[in-house]
Ligand binder design. Sequence first.
Ligand SMILES: [Zn+2]
Length: 60
Amino acid sequence: MTENFQKKCFVCEEPVNEGCSKNIEINLPVCENCRGTENEKKAVKDLQEGMADGFVCGCI
Ligand SMILES: [Zn+2]
Protein backbone atom coordinates (compact mmCIF):
# COMPACT_ATOMS: atom_id res chain seq x y z
CA MET A 1 0.00 0.00 0.00
CA THR A 2 2.68 2.48 0.96
CA GLU A 3 4.54 1.36 -2.17
CA ASN A 4 2.28 3.55 -4.25
CA PHE A 5 2.32 6.50 -1.94
CA GLN A 6 4.92 8.49 -3.84
CA LYS A 7 4.24 6.87 -7.19
CA LYS A 8 1.66 9.34 -8.30
CA CYS A 9 1.79 12.72 -9.88
CA PHE A 10 1.70 15.42 -7.20
CA VAL A 11 -0.30 17.67 -9.51
CA CYS A 12 -3.14 15.51 -10.78
CA GLU A 13 -2.56 12.44 -8.56
CA GLU A 14 -2.58 10.08 -11.51
CA PRO A 15 -0.36 7.02 -11.05
CA VAL A 16 3.05 7.42 -12.63
CA ASN A 17 5.76 5.02 -13.74
CA GLU A 18 8.77 4.11 -11.68
CA GLY A 19 11.13 6.16 -13.82
CA CYS A 20 8.89 9.16 -14.27
CA SER A 21 10.08 12.72 -14.12
CA LYS A 22 10.40 14.43 -10.79
CA ASN A 23 10.04 18.01 -9.87
CA ILE A 24 13.50 18.90 -8.61
CA GLU A 25 12.25 21.64 -6.32
CA ILE A 26 10.16 19.38 -4.14
CA ASN A 27 11.42 15.96 -5.29
CA LEU A 28 8.00 14.55 -6.10
CA PRO A 29 6.94 12.64 -9.22
CA VAL A 30 5.14 14.51 -11.96
CA CYS A 31 3.46 12.94 -14.98
CA GLU A 32 4.09 13.93 -18.57
CA ASN A 33 0.76 15.70 -18.77
CA CYS A 34 1.52 18.03 -15.91
CA ARG A 35 5.24 18.56 -16.33
CA GLY A 36 6.07 22.16 -17.17
CA THR A 37 2.51 23.39 -16.85
CA GLU A 38 1.07 26.24 -14.84
CA ASN A 39 -0.71 23.62 -12.77
CA GLU A 40 2.62 22.16 -11.79
CA LYS A 41 3.98 25.54 -10.72
CA LYS A 42 0.86 26.20 -8.73
CA ALA A 43 1.00 22.82 -7.03
CA VAL A 44 4.66 23.39 -6.13
CA LYS A 45 3.81 26.75 -4.66
CA ASP A 46 0.93 25.32 -2.67
CA LEU A 47 3.10 22.56 -1.30
CA GLN A 48 5.93 24.90 -0.42
CA GLU A 49 3.55 27.26 1.35
CA GLY A 50 2.04 24.30 3.15
CA MET A 51 5.46 23.20 4.32
CA ALA A 52 6.36 26.71 5.39
CA ASP A 53 3.24 26.87 7.53
CA GLY A 54 4.62 24.00 9.54
CA PHE A 55 7.79 25.86 10.41
CA VAL A 56 6.95 29.50 10.83
CA CYS A 57 4.33 31.47 12.65
CA GLY A 58 1.41 32.34 10.41
CA CYS A 59 1.09 35.85 11.78
CA ILE A 60 0.86 38.44 9.04
ZN1 LIG B 1 -0.12 14.84 -13.50
